[in-house]
Write a protein that binds this ligand. Structure first.
Ligand SMILES: Nc1ncnc2c1ncn2[C@@H]1O[C@H](COP(=O)(O)OP(=O)(O)OP(=O)(O)O)[C@@H](O)[C@H]1O
Ligand SMILES: CC(C)(CO)[C@@H](O)C(=O)[O-]
Ligand code: BAL
Length: 281
């Protein structure tokens, strides 16, 4: 049976009753099949699974969608139960931040200061602060995060290494719709026309993959991806970046990462893919 805890004391008692290895999947709720993939991966690699559902105010900037963000806890708990989670921790902000905004925070250095970190000032500080707290509260052996938020995964890995946190961070591949759109809780904001336009993100990434494999080099990858985005007037590009797998400068050849963020109608979406830069033809 999947237990639901709203208070840290109840979480502590329930966590103490979970012997063996524990995996945690941290979410902001509004669960979809991308989250379910994380829960399944967690289930496969640990004796017990803890899911957290918390819309973290620290990671929303002024004018962002904190109030609008979907809150569907009953449905979320049902998905967690379906996927075999032992425990769902769903605190409110007063429970997690009893003294209000914490005076202590975990700030993200590189690569948290570029891309999402530049577009959303304070975002990764909010993310790392809540992830550090939730790691302390859930005490997992493994923590699973999605590659859909690749930069987030990267800065969390960096935090765990820098702070010597006793947890293994596991990345889970991005789950996509049949037409390529990365599943995301914010996709539900998209009307029919914007939903069609949103295909341009994954389409741009696919064009970049193909250009990289064809020996087009980094500039060829970016040009091919940009052409797809430019052909979609409804998409307002925030960034398109080619990096190495650690989000450093793109290599001349070999493994790389292509990342995109764009606003489609009123919805900001992100996506990314690994790609291989063939030697320039
Ligand atoms: N399509 C997906 N494939 C794999 N993992 C995903 C996917 N979508 C979300 N995740 C992962 O689920 C975890 C919780 O993310 P979150 O609750 O913010 O959902 P989200 O869909 O990313 O929401 P948002 O639309 O606000 O970005 C994160 O580690 C995130 O990377
Ligand atoms: C990691 C996380 C749960 C922290 O709020 C959030 O950023 C998310 O859901 O990706
Ligand atoms: N998955 C990322 C959560 C956010 O954009 O705040």
């Amino acid at each position: 049976m999947t237990r639901l805890a709203h208070r840290r004391a109840d979480l502590a008692a329930a966590r103490a009753a979970l012997p063996g290895t524990v995996a945690v999947v941290m979410t902001m709720g509004a669960l979809h099949e991308g989250h379910a993939a994380l829960l399944r991966a967690a289930r496969a690699g640990a004796d017990h699974v803890v899911a957290t559902v918390f819309v973290n105010p620290l990671q929303f900037g002024p004018g962002e969608d904190f109030d609008r963000y979907p809150r569907t806890l009953d449905a979320d708990v049902a998905i967690c139960a379906r996927e075999g989670a032992d425990l769902v921790f769903a605190p409110n902000a007063a429970e997690l931040y009893p003294a209000g905004r914490p005076a202590t925070a975990v700030t993200a250095g590189p690569p948290g200061d570029v891309l999402e970190g530049a577009s959303r000032p304070g975002f990764f500080t909010g993310v790392l602060t809540v992830v550090c707290k939730l790691l302390q509260l859930t005490r997992p052996h493994r923590a699973l995060f999605g590659e859909k938020d690749y930069q987030q995964l990267t800065v969390i890995r960096r935090m765990v290494a820098d702070l010597d946190l006793p947890v293994k961070v596991v990345g889970v591949p991005t789950v996509r719709e049949p037409d390529g759109l990365a599943l995301s809780s914010r996709n539900r904001y998209l009307g029919a026309e914007d939903r069609r336009a949103a295909r341009c993100l994954s389409g741009a990434l696919r064009a970049g993959i193909d250009a990289g494999a064809a020996g087009g080099g980094g500039d060829g990858v970016l040009a091919a991806a940009r052409a797809v985005l430019d052909a979609t007037p409804a998409a307002a590009l925030d960034y398109l970046a080619l990096t190495d797998p650690d989000l450093g400068p793109a290599p001349p050849a070999g493994p790389a990462r292509l990342l995109v963020a764009a606003r489609v109608g009123g919805t900001r979406l992100i996506d990314n893919v690994p790609l291989d830069l063939a030697p320039r033809r």
